[in-house]
Design a protein around this ligand. Structure first.
Ligand SMILES: [Zn+2]
Length: 66
């Protein structure tokens, strides 16, 4: 009797979605600020993300409802 261990099924999760959301692309000039700073502020049940483009200084705002 021999048992061969199965390998290759590592659960990766869905952290990649987080990565893609944290990547900011400026809507004004198209500058891609990978790992750019998002300022997060919460107001009640909403979360507001703000990102300032280092290239053209435009502010991108995104709002999430919890
Ligand atoms: Zn820009």
């Amino acid at each position: 009797m021999s048992i061969t261990p199965r390998s290759g099924s590592t659960p990766f999760g869905r952290l990649r979605t987080h990565y893609e959301e944290s990547r900011a692309v400026c809507p004004a000039c198209g500058y891609e600020d990978e790992g750019g700073e998002w300022r997060v502020s919460t107001t009640g049940r909403r979360v507001e993300y703000r990102h300032r483009c280092p290239s053209c200084d435009a502010v991108d705002r995104r709002e999430l409802r919890l």
